[in-house]
Ligand binder design. Structure first.
Ligand code: IPE
Ligand code: IPE
Ligand code: MG
Ligand code: MG
Ligand code: MG
Length: 291
């Protein structure tokens, strides 16, 4: 078993690797890169870390094989946050512990830097001359879950004010806006490590549980989290009458269900054997996180 300190250390080490890899993609090509980097800087890097953890658990040796893709995921994630915060969406002026992009640079530049990050991610995915088939498979998998069958669709459902208050509707929002993307982060690590299809499929399915869990804890933190620790404004979901897990199940009911999703994720990961035990600790971290 991995203790609390060990997972904290693991996350910090991986975050450092991701942060410095990201940085080199933002050397000054033009001033837009500086604007984009402002928003990229400061996240927890959970998605790239999941991709790396999966790559290494699958026996991948050279981290450079997965890093550009891991960084690309973070750029897509950041774009989704910039647009999520816009006045037309969640209207949040605070993100990653500082003014959100539209507050800092104006709405037009926020929209454009999101567009830039989304496109730039795909440039990162194509980096390098080897493992072309794996890269194609990774890009296919990512592109399928970040657009109209994934994040963008989830966001459309999330902002709709005509949604029914049902477990099924909640699940559809969570699956699309968050879980598929988390799951694909786990999946691309396995793809780039040239894992067999069965392993890739198990990891994707385990990743979906992890992703639903991730949005459950995000919803909980919106209710009970602290602004400075979260780096974003809590209380926004109730204020905008969002369909969230606490809105449907209450805080206790949400915590109960979050634990169950964590168990389901861990059971699935554990079927892959001892090499994947880091996912136990990662799941527990996501369950108990405070930011
Ligand atoms: C927040 O994601 C948005 C969701 C999909 C729930 P994170 O909690 O990973 O945010 P950062 O990247 O650490 O800022
Ligand atoms: C956002 O969900 C999901 C995406 C950005 C796609 P939230 O709206 O709950 O995320 P936060 O709480 O603003 O980070
Ligand atoms: Mg939102
Ligand atoms: Mg939001
Ligand atoms: Mg939220």
């Amino acid at each position: 078993m991995m203790g609390n300190n060990e997972i904290t250390k693991y996350l910090a080490e991986k975050k450092k690797i991701v942060d410095s890899a990201i940085k080199k993609y933002f050397a000054d090509f033009n001033p837009l890169f500086e604007t984009m980097y402002y928003s990229v800087d400061g996240g927890k890097r959970i998605r790239p870390i999941l991709a790396i953890a999966s790559f290494e658990s699958c026996g991948g040796k050279n981290i450079e094989t997965i890093l550009p893709i891991a960084c690309g995921l973070e750029l897509i994630h950041t774009y989704s946050l910039i647009h999520d915060d816009l006045p037309a969406m969640d209207n949040d002026d605070f993100r990653r512990g500082k003014e959100s992009a539209h507050k800092k640079f104006g709405e037009a530049m926020a929209i454009l830097s999101g567009d830039g990050l989304f496109a730039y991610a795909f440039e990162l995915f194509t980096e390098g001359a080897n493992l072309i088939n794996e890269k194609f498979a990774a890009m296919k998998a990512v592109s399928e879950v970040v657009g109209p069958k994934g994040i963008v669709y989830g966001q459309v459902l999330d902002i709709s004010d005509r949604k029914e208050l049902s477990p099924k509707a909640l699940r559809k929002i969570h699956l699309n806006k968050t879980a598929k993307f988390i799951a694909v982060a786990v999946k691309v690590g396995a793809i780039m490590a040239q894992s067999p299809k069965d392993t890739i499929d198990v990891l994707y399915n385990a990743g979906l549980y992890l992703g639903i869990l991730f949005q459950y804890t995000d919803d909980i933190l919106d209710v009970i989290g602290e602004k400075n620790k979260l780096g974003k404004t809590p209380g926004k979901d109730v204020a905008s009458s969002k369909l969230t897990a606490p809105a449907l199940y209450g805080i206790d009911g949400t915590r109960f269900r979050a634990k169950r999703y964590a168990e389901l994720a861990k059971i699935k990961f554990s079927t892959l054997g001892d090499n994947f035990r880091i996912f136990n600790a990662l799941t527990d971290f996501i369950l108990t996180r405070t930011y």
